[in-house]
Design a protein around this ligand. Structure first.
Ligand code: HEM
Length: 384
């Protein structure tokens, strides 16, 4: 299947062929001088209508068909159906089954959303036509999470994304940086074992050695990125048994609140003038969660920038130092304070979300599969 005719704005929509005006006007004027006057007058009255109709039919003929989908309402498209049918992804899946299609087009407001269920077609989008579809939509939640689209993973393709991606590749996500900060991750792995061990031996305080896996993995990933970013496990006092204090729990909880809302459906992402109404209440929730997250990060960032400026620091110790010291081609600081803050929040989101979810999911799979669980226990208990 060839989808190269799709182009990319905030989502994927068709580009209509352009209309060659100068050539058309030359043909029309040549025709007019060779005709009798009454006919010319009639043509002048009706010509615009004919041209519009003609233009429409030429455009329609040249335009490749959109994938099948529900018939949209004028202006709002299929937003009422999306609003009524929750969860939306089940409704879309059911609809596609009903239509017997692996690719569908659902218009929401002015956005054509293309949904795909077949791995082959998905591969065409993600690999063959990656450059066309790689961008990300500008959503309300992403705007808050990225301080107005200043970071990397949640921003649309463009100059800002290119710049931040370059800084990330040379200063954060590369083998040299990873080995530079390995000792911090090792300390956090040790701390995780200590935290779990303390819960196992301390039956009275906990629930008979039962571990809350979600809390453990989320706090562990939170500890790792706080340690790598700010050279600290705890924003507050922490806990004696290695567990999170109030501040760390609030920090991670707020990050997950933002994550929950990042790609969830809200009407105003498709009909922007509805945004002041905050119909789903998401803007209130996300802005409050980001206020808490930024409340922990921003003072540390501002203080550190000041310390480097005053010459109080000599050696970089963590990723925040790496961001502050990153230089552009002219030897000037590569990032503004706002960009550093935006990138730090995004990295916090990326590091507590995916790895913690992957660990929890893997453990759930193991628990549901007794034979693998036995095998894993044997491996863990081996003495060598
Ligand atoms: C199991 C772990 C992880 C998974 C499954 C995962 C998954 C993904 C996916 C699917 C994307 C593409 C998103 C998109 O294009 O819209 C992405 C992008 C990204 N991730 Fe992760 N991620 C993981 C861990 C991490 C970690 C630990 C970090 C930070 C240290 C990180 C940083 C990033 C960044 C910066 C991008 C943006 C890349 C770009 O735009 O070029 N990820 N990740």
């Amino acid at each position: 299947m060839d989808y190269s005719s799709f182009t990319n704005t905030s989502y994927q929509i068709y580009q209509l062929p352009s209309w060659n005006r100068s050539h058309d006007m030359a043909v029309i004027s040549t025709l007019l001088v060779s005709l009798p006057l009454p006919l010319v007058l009639m043509l002048l009255v009706f010509a615009p209508l004919v041209v519009v109709k003609l233009k429409g039919s030429i455009t329609t003929r040249k335009q490749p068909p959109l994938p099948p989908g529900p018939i949209p309402w004028p202006i709002i498209g299929s937003l009422p159906e999306i609003w009524q049918n929750k969860p939306v992804f089940r409704w879309i899946l059911g609809l596609m089954k009903q239509l017997g299609t692996d690719i569908a087009c659902i218009r929401l407001g002015h956005v054509h959303v293309i949904t795909v269920t077949s791995p082959e077609i998905a591969r065409e989008f993600l690999k063959k036509h990656d450059s066309v579809f790689a961008s990300r939509p500008k959503t309300m939640a992403a705007e808050y999470a990225t301080r107005g689209f200043l970071s990397t993973a949640l921003v649309p393709s463009g100059d800002q994304w290119k710049k931040m991606r370059k800084v990330m590749a040379s200063n954060v996500i590369n083998p040299a940086r990873l080995s530079w900060l390995l000792h911090k991750r090792t300390q956090e792995a040790d701390n995780l074992v200590r935290f779990i061990y303390n819960q196992c031996i301390n039956h009275e305080n906990m629930h008979g050695g039962v571990i809350n896996l979600r809390l453990a993995v989320r706090q562990y990933t939170g500890n790792v990125i706080r340690r790598m970013m700010f050279n600290t496990r705890y924003f507050g006092k922490g806990r004696e048994d290695g567990g999170p204090g109030y501040e760390e729990e609030q920090h991670v909880e707020s990050l997950f609140t933002v994550l929950m809302h990042l790609n969830s459906f809200i009407l105003s992402d498709y009909v922007p003038w509805l945004r002041p109404l905050d119909l789903e209440g998401h803007e209130k929730i996300v802005s409050e969660a980001m206020r808490i997250v930024n409340g922990y990060h921003d003072p540390l960032v501002d203080e550190r920038i000041k310390e480097w400026g005053q010459g109080k620091r000599k050696e970089p110790q963590d990723l925040l130092d790496a961001f502050i010291l990153a230089k552009d081609l002219n030897g000037k600081p590569a990032l503004s304070a706002e960009e550093i803050k935006a990138q730090i929040s995004e990295l916090m989101l990326a590091t507590v979300d995916n790895p913690a979810n992957a660990a929890e999911w893997a453990m759930a799979e193991v628990l549901n599969n007794p034979e693998i669980l036995r095998k894993r226990n044997r491996q863990c208990c081996r003495k060598e």
